[in-house]
Design a protein around this ligand. Sequence first.
Ligand code: AMP
Ligand code: MN
Ligand code: MN
Ligand code: MN
Length: 284
Amino acid sequence: MNSILNADLHCHSVVSDGTLTPEELAARAAANGVELWALTDHDEVGGQERAAAAAKACGIRYVCGVEISVTFLNQTVHILGLGIDPENAALCAGLTATRGGRTARARDMAAELARVGIPGVFEGALKYVGNPELISRSHFARYLVEAGVCPDTNAVFRKYLAAGKPGYVPHRWATLGDAVAWITGAGGVAVIAHPARYKFSANEEFALFTEFKGHGGAGVEVVTGSHTSAEYLTYGAAASDYGLAASRGSDFHSPDESHTDLGSLPYLPGSLTPVWELLASRIH
Ligand code: AMP
Ligand code: MN
Ligand code: MN
Ligand code: MN
């Protein structure tokens, strides 16, 4: 398999903060011409069996996936695990621990929002939650749109849920070393998700990439719905510089919210090593 492959190795289902089921995503991926797919729910592998079965039924190749929340230099960084064994005990224990603080954090977020005059947000957000262990800011955003507080979810994040805003509660996620170890220990390849989204200085970004490599991380997302085309070039160069394989994924969450649909991305630049070259034995 070369770089000309409609691979989509990053998206979310109702098992985390997406709005479609694994089966609906598989059908949509197939309809959009995706040839290799991974469902990568946040901190959770509960959708993997359904996704793999649905991919098989739709005739598309599948690799198991997850997107782990990590705290690195006081920012939240997302690390994708591709080609993991979703039944690996250490990975599952690590993900359970990572999910653990979400409900308390959500109650604190709701308390902060109540303080600025928006009550009942915890209960409101719960209506949108598909997995009781995985209440996320996305569910808050959907409820705040329903409640008429903001016209769309992007506006909710800008006004209320981003760092420094009234509904933002800092949270300590997994460490970078633990997340990479859980992924590689489960037979997977660790990939830095959407690197352009972080607000690191050049030195901090260097630390992220070098420490990630030092822990055994092997890939970086280059072509993703979270990057501009200029950022494809920046992080394509970073992949070459750091000796990392390149990944491609829409980060699709919802037909109503995501501007990049499953599979609707440019191909990876031919000069890069596609991450699927490292996944061969893990493709279903
Ligand atoms: P959490 O894991 O609860 O902190 O929620 C993070 C999720 O919120 C991300 O995975 C995105 O799906 C969503 N998100 C973060 N920032 C934004 C934004 N600016 N606009 C829309 N969704 C966002
Ligand atoms: Mn998300
Ligand atoms: Mn992410
Ligand atoms: Mn994601």
